[in-house]
Design a protein around this ligand. Structure first.
Ligand SMILES: Nc1ncnc2c1ncn2[C@@H]1O[C@H](COP(=O)(O)OP(=O)(O)OP(=O)(O)O)[C@@H](O)[C@H]1O
Ligand SMILES: [Mg+2]
Length: 355
């Protein structure tokens, strides 16, 4: 959490009504992989807590870390910003918060341009970006007091109550007097989130808040995010694991080498997977041949199971054809790929980092 706060807000409190706008639906442009790719047209700006257009960052070494990014985070959503190591998540988040300048493109947070309106908008945004700066020799409470004091929009008279409320929310009240350097990694992450909760926020941006946490810590941070979101606050949370955010997100954006390869609701991601037909039979050779004859693509046979892409074919008709051809059908299923499978297909498999 950045300890730096912009100059005092000079505008009245935000009066934007809560989200009533449905999530933007974007035309499904199907690429070679059969997966939905980015919308070709810019997404409407209304009702978005975060939107970027043509956002790009080329670092001095020449590397294009973020390329033509069109993020659209609906207000009130919990948006999982996903992608493998090096795919550009942190670079994007740093541009969103005005910490680094884009090479190209524009950013809007809560409807205002960043960095132009940063001083006005950032007080309404809580954030956790890699390596929060805390003093190791101060306690958790002491660190929050320092951050709170640096916020010129915060009333010093109500500071103790505000700080304790934030500590309470992240479950750190019992260890509030412990020095930061004696905190576990999980406690440090929570303190960073607490720093973002000192003030009421409309948008919380968390860069890998579960990084380095054990399963228990991960569950707790997840519950905390869910709790934050129930108040109508928009949350953008990055992760390199879909499984880690799947249970809390309404929307996802998937990055691969600096580009968004999918953006939409979790249901839209699920619906993208092309169904296959899987037939269990004692005559796999015959079955495979017949599926080919019927025009099914990508026919595969293994372990007494024959499968193919179902596309528009009716499974009951395929079953009838098989039986008429004398192929015994012991089992038939039409599974969709799991979200995890889709995610791996979108981001690419393999151990090597992108970029
Ligand atoms: N300051 C910098 N100078 C040069 N290259 C950088 C800089 N910061 C990031 N990069 C490069 O930009 C690419 C994107 O990095 P970024 O940190 O945004 O990825 P990420 O998705 O956050 O990865 P991770 O999951 O590991 O946190 C990487 O190839 C990285 O090496
Ligand atoms: Mg990162």
């Amino acid at each position: 959490m950045s300890a730096e706060h912009p100059p005092p807000a000079t505008v009245p409190p935000d009066t934007v009504p809560p989200a009533t706008v449905p999530p933007d639906t974007v035309p499904a442009d199907r690429g070679q992989s059969g997966l939905q790719t980015l919308p070709a047209r810019p997404v409407a700006q209304a009702g978005l807590a975060v939107s970027t257009s043509g956002l790009a960052k080329r670092f001095r070494g020449g590397q294009l870390a973020v390329d033509d990014l069109g993020l659209a985070v609906p207000r009130g959503s919990v948006y999982g910003f996903l992608g493998p190591n090096g795919s550009g998540k942190t670079t994007t988040i740093r541009m969103l918060l005005g910490l680094i300048h884009p090479t190209q493109g524009s950013v809007e947070l809560l409807g205002a341009a960043i960095p132009a309106a940063a001083a006005r908008v950032l007080p309404r945004v809580g954030s956790l970006v890699e390596g929060p700066a805390f003093y190791p020799y101060l306690s958790g409470r002491g660190n929050l007091a320092r951050i709170d004091a640096a916020d010129r929009t915060a009333d010093p008279r109500t500071a103790p109550a505000r700080i304790d409320a934030a500590l309470e929310r992240v479950g750190l009240l019992a260890v509030a007097r412990k020095r930061y350097r004696a905190y576990s990694l999980g406690m440090k992450q929570r303190l960073a989130i607490a720093a973002g909760l000192l003030q009421p926020r409309e948008l919380i941006i968390l860069d890998e808040p579960t990084n380095g946490l054990d399963p228990q810590g991960t569950r707790e941070v997840r519950a905390l995010i869910r709790e934050i979101a129930t108040g109508g606050v928009t949350v953008l949370v990055s992760s390199h694991l879909l499984a880690e955010v799947e249970q809390i997100c309404s929307h996802v954006g998937v990055m691969r080498t600096g580009r968004l390869v999918f953006q939409g609701t979790l249901d839209e991601l699920r619906a993208m997977g092309t169904r296959r037909i899987v037939i269990r039979t004692a005559q796999p050779g015959e079955a495979a041949r017949l599926l080919g004859t019927l025009g099914l693509a990508d026919v595969r046979s293994a372990n007494g199971e024959v499968s193919a892409q179902l596309a528009d074919h009716a499974p009951e008709r395929i079953c009838r054809e098989l039986v008429l051809a004398g192929v015994g059908v012991a089992g038939l299923d039409t599974p969709r790929p799991s979200l995890e499978d889709l995610f791996v297909r979108l981001t690419g498999e393999g151990f090597d980092v992108d970029g």
